[in-house]
Structures are given as C-alpha cells and as structure tokens.
Design a protein around this ligand. Structure first.
Ligand SMILES: [Zn+2]
Ligand SMILES: [Zn+2]
Length: 210
C-alpha cells in the first residue's frame, strides 16, 4: 500500500492518498484544497484516483474535489447527512471570507457499514454524527488497523459542534460507541494536526473522561 498524508489549504486539512500498487488506483481522503498539488502527487506516485472520500462537507475538506474529478473522473463520496452543507459550500466559504466554485454533484452516498475498495486496499465506513450530521470515519483494514476520523476526533480534542448541525452529545456518543471500542493500537489520522491512537485518546483526551 502507498500512503501519503499532507496538510492542505489555509485550514491545513490533512489530506491522505491511499494507493494500491497493483491496480494503480487510489482513494483520496479529504481533498480539501490545493487540487493541483494533490494531482501532482498522484501522478508522481503513478496513481489514478478512483474515489474522493470526504469525512464531512466542511469547505476545508471538500474544496479540491471539483478539479480532481474534472481531471481524472474520480467519484465523489459523501454521507447524505452532509448534502445540505455540501450544496451550501459558497455560503460556508463566504463566512470565512473565501470565494469558491460550486461543487460537482456527489456520485455516491456512503453510509454506516459501506466499504470503499480499490484493488487490495479497502476499509469500512462508520457514521459518526456530531461535528456535522453526516460526519464519517473510515477504517482501513489493510496494513493493520488505521482510522481516519476527519474532524470528529483530534489528538487531545474533539471537533467543534457550534457550526451548522453540530451536536455535542452526538459527537461524544459517536466517539465513545464507535471509536473507543476499536483496538487500542489503532492508529488515528485526524482531520487536522497530529496523528494519535485510540488508546492515547481513551487515556488522555479530556473530552472523553467519565
Ligand atoms: Zn469540519
Ligand atoms: Zn476541518
């Protein structure tokens, strides 16, 4: 498996390329910005993106998708609970003083239990509402347990719940019921900032005590 993670855009969203050497196909998680850089990296790795998987529809996680899809035909994946946020990308951007192009239509809605697979590489979707209603986490099965949490879980923190459709009780329930029950050594790539593990967050995250 090929794996590259790098922060993109003014909000430094962690974008990850997961590539399957055999098929030459890739899943790109949260192509939030810098579409040209992401395309260049994919080309450098010899990969063609098949899926653009979005952990949620906040602008810093989706804005790069249009250009990558136009260039490669990759499919845009999102949970339906965030469709309205996705449709209102321009409104989100305006709030932060940015202008963005309208997003392209979602190709496929992902839901709890769905799998996303390219070649020998694949994982499943957890629906983890709270940061947004349609927030998801992606658990990669290849190469040991690895989890991509978007803005649901951070190292030592959790996603904010004061934006559109956010819910503090929901995010706490999502994390406790669906994430903390995973093997402790599961490596976690968060939506912003450092990587962590399930054990580290179980023991040290102040939001998850009690
Ligand atoms: Zn977010
Ligand atoms: Zn974010």
């Amino acid at each position: 498996m090929i794996q590259e993670m790098f922060p993109v855009g003014p909000f430094q969203c962690n974008c990850t390329i997961l590539g399957d050497e055999e098929s030459g196909e890739a899943i790109v998680i949260d192509p939030g910005e810098q579409a040209d850089d992401i395309l260049k990296r994919l080309e450098g790795l010899g990969l063609k993106p098949r899926y653009l998987l979005h952990t949620h529809a906040h602008l810093d996680h989706v804005t790069g998708a249009r250009k990558i899809k136009e260039a490669t035909g990759a499919e845009i994946l999102l949970h339906k609970g965030d469709q309205w946020l996705y449709e209102n990308l321009a409104m989100q951007a305006a709030l932060f003083g940015f202008q963005v192009q309208e997003p392209l239509p979602v190709d496929k809605y992902v839901k709890e239990g769905d799998t996303v697979v390219v070649g020998k590489l694949g994982g499943d979707i957890f629906h983890t509402p709270g940061h947004t209603p349609g927030s998801i986490c992606f658990r990669l099965e290849s190469d040991g347990h690895q989890l991509f949490t978007g803005d649901t879980l951070f190292q030592g923190s959790i996603g904010r719940t004061d934006l559109w459709g956010g819910s503090f009780p929901d995010i706490i329930e999502s994390i406790k019921k669906k994430l903390l029950v995973l093997p402790g050594d599961t490596r976690v790539t968060t939506g912003h900032g450092e990587m962590t593990t399930i054990d580290e967050e179980r023991v040290t995250n102040p939001f998850l005590k009690s």
